[in-house]
Design a protein around this ligand. Sequence first.
Ligand code: F6R
Length: 249
Amino acid sequence: MAIKVTVTDNYDELSNLAAGKVAQLVKSKPGKPGAVLGLPTGSTPLGMYRQLISMYQDGSLSFRDVSTFNLDEYVGLSPDNENSYHFYMQQNFFKHVDIKQHNINIPDSNAADVEAECAEYERKIETAGGIDLMVLGLGNNGHIGFNEPDSHFPARTHKVKLDESTIQANARFFSSIDEVPRFAVTMGIGSIMRCRSIMLLASGKAKAPAVKGALEGPITPALPASALQFHMDVTVILDKDAASLLKSH
Ligand code: F6R
């Protein structure tokens, strides 16, 4: 199996390892064009972003020539809404490092013609030479990006209706569940599988069943992350709790 699994003692260790892998890739592609990263939002990568920011601050890492493509964005929130993924990325990462704003890509989910915007997003990824490293979080329901259970595996960037379980899980960021958007634009499983390498991060007991399904279960659209078993270069970094149901660890 092409999936390399590392189980860490705690979230800080997970974050340091994840940041180390991103830094290694960025340093391996100096000059123009630099590394192309795929990035997630959510709680899980926050420690990794903090660590990458401190590497930039101590002068050991630069994002000068790095390009990024975010996985997804809600439909109906403006980029300056504090729950939008545009806002999250600026707040938690981009504004603290030397990445160039024109090298940042996040789906414009409010475009008048969303389908054309999705096709354009895929075209931009191709023009950038494809994604070198896609960093992923994992939903409690096994989603990656906003590819919910029963997603079509070959799909590229597209508009999706969010699963009820995702709306509930993400309500913690909003003042009420009614404010959680019902739709999003996400890279598809097909877009994710085209990335040259993938790093999946999961922390906490709530993720343990999805982790087990993704790594040890059958490959099935019912658990979208299980598609990663088909990919040739996947690194999974877990803390003990997220790994607690795995047979092999
Ligand atoms: C976020 C994303 C989602 C999250 C997942 C886990 O851009 O695509 O798939 O990675 O919902 O979220 P957290 O990390 O908040 O548990």
